[in-house]
Ligand binder design. Structure first.
Ligand code: FAD
Length: 458
């Protein structure tokens, strides 16, 4: 592992009475290509102790609903099964992760955490760390395994756009192709710690949880590494030749990896390595490789740079650039032909068939094509009483319905519609200098009627 993935937070004194090492898995919910898990196994082997992998399931998490939790729990069930085969104990507890993990730390010699970048995720880790500073014996490490190039290594500041971060990441990423193979745990003793649920019946568990039950599980997408891996193989074998045409919403040529990446069920580094292999084996066009890397490596990691360095990434007043605020202020009171409330938008009852189709895709399936995400958000700007209201509505719907919602990409994607990581365009009514999109563009560029027909079938 490239040593820059590792943050050594605290030394620990060896104590013969300690019974195990803990890997607190929260962000990277997988076994494959998990540097944090691998590091935890190595630390456990150093002490010749068994390893406990801990997960905290919090039903008070903002925007927690049946859809996102069912997807996540499908993945965790697989993780548990694989870890058991690898002689690693999996423990699941209900509650705030940074609080309930404390219950298993008394007997732990070391704690390894995976790194995450949203404010709440950082606060959890910080909070836990502060509670543990007096624990003399406990070694604490944190490992970045969610990105190809860790945010603080790629850049030490908030990047202006893809064009400023691209050369930095391109210079560095080869040295982060650093996962060889998962180590084997020496001490194979399973540890006797009770879980709050054994994940044998996820539907039952979901029903018992105090989460939003109004957004049902997606019948289109199943969570977990196996599903992700299978979809990615299909992408390489059947879709990748067409990836350069994938911006047409009527096609289905993208990889659908965002929801799996969001829960850490598959690693972006694994995707990169599989692309390299496919390229070497003649299964992938160079053009597809370049375009996919631009999304996975540059755009995705730009979003992480954004949430890491911009504290106010989730607040209207602080999420975008000054030129955009000036322009929005100048157009705040422009006349609008249509104004829709949340209920009309959410029930896809507007006058715009393309918006309605996209909104329906989001509500019914938990996914929406990238181009339609842009169009959808731009229409909400056009039909809302203010830019602030439009921002809040867009983010609310994004994080409620998308399986990949509540992600750095969610905040960056929505902010992009308000000028972030974009540029100023020719001034026009309502939008000012923000980029404008209309139905004529969809009709000119794409087989958009086909998209509408497909969504009618949902
Ligand atoms: C208004 C708006 C809201 C968005 N909300 C989200 C969200 O909640 N969660 C989310 O993950 N993405 C979001 N995106 C980004 C993008 O739309 C999705 O990542 C993409 O559609 C996922 O589909 P895919 O995995 O099939 O993409 P592919 O084309 O197969 O791309 C592969 C991977 O590259 C990354 N990627 C692709 N497009 C982008 C992009 N435009 N920006 C950053 N990374 C990208 C994703 O990780 C994706 O899984 C949003 C974009 C906009 C404009």
């Amino acid at each position: 592992m490239n040593k820059n993935r590792l943050l050594h937070l605290k030394d620990g004194k060896t104590n013969q009475n300690k019974k195990y090492v803990v890997y607190w898995m929260q962000q990277s919910q997988r076994v494959h290509y998990n540097h944090a898990l691998n590091h935890a196994i190595k630390v456990a082997n150093l002490y010749q102790l068994p390893l406990v992998c801990f997960f905290g399931l919090d039903d008070t998490y903002k925007d927690a609903n049946e859809r996102s939790y069912a997807f996540m729990l499908d993945g965790l069930k697989e993780v548990k099964e694989i870890l058991t085969k690898l002689d690693i104990t999996f423990v699941l507890r209900f509650g705030k992760p940074q609080e309930v993990v404390m219950d298993v730390l008394n007997d732990a010699q070391a704690l390894i955490m995976d790194r995450a970048y949203l404010k709440i995720q950082r606060a959890w880790r910080k909070d836990l760390f502060h509670k543990l500073t007096d624990n003399e014996d406990l070694l604490i490490d944190m490992v970045d395994t969610d990105l190809i190039v860790p945010v603080h290594i790629a850049s030490d500041k908030s990047e202006y756009g893809a064009y400023t971060i691209r050369p930095k990441i391109k210079r560095l990423y080869e040295s982060f192709r650093d996962f060889k193979k998962l180590s084997i745990i020496d001490n194979k003793k399973l540890v006797d710690i009770i879980s709050d649920d054994d994940l044998s019946n996820i539907d039952d568990l979901i029903q018992k949880m105090d989460i939003d039950h109004s957004v049902p599980k997606s019948s289109y997408y199943h969570g977990g590494y196996q599903a992700a891996s299978h979809l990615f193989s299909t992408f390489i074998q059947e879709k990748s030749d067409h990836y350069p045409e994938s911006s047409d919403p009527s096609t289905n040529y993208t990889s659908l990896m965002s929801m799996y990446l969001h829960f850490g069920q598959i690693s972006s580094l694994e995707l990169l390595e599989r692309l390299y292999l496919a390229l070497e084996q003649g299964q992938l066009k160079g053009e597809t490789f370049d375009q996919y890397i631009e999304q996975l490596l540059i755009r995705r990691e730009l979003a992480f740079n954004y949430v890491f360095y911009r504290q106010g990434y989730d607040v209207f007043e602080t999420m975008t650039e000054n030129w955009a605020y000036q322009s929005m202020n100048a157009h705040e009171f422009d006349h609008k032909d249509y104004l829709y409330d949340l209920e009309t938008l959410e029930s896809y009852q507007t006058h715009d068939i393309y918006f309605n189709a996209a909104m329906k895709q989001m509500v019914k399936t938990g996914y929406m094509h990238n181009y339609m995400r842009m169009y959808w958000a731009k229409k909400i700007i056009e039909w809302s009483p203010s830019f602030k209201k439009a921002y809040e509505t867009t983010l609310y719907l994004n994080n409620k319905y998308f399986i990949d919602g509540r992600d750095p990409n969610s905040y960056a994607g929505v902010a992009w519609c308000f000028g972030k990581h974009d540029r100023a365009w020719t001034e026009r009514k309502i939008f000012g200098k923000l980029r404008y999109m209309n139905d004529k563009g969809l009709e000119r560029k794409f087989n958009i009627k086909q998209y509408v027909q497909d969504m009618d079938q949902l």
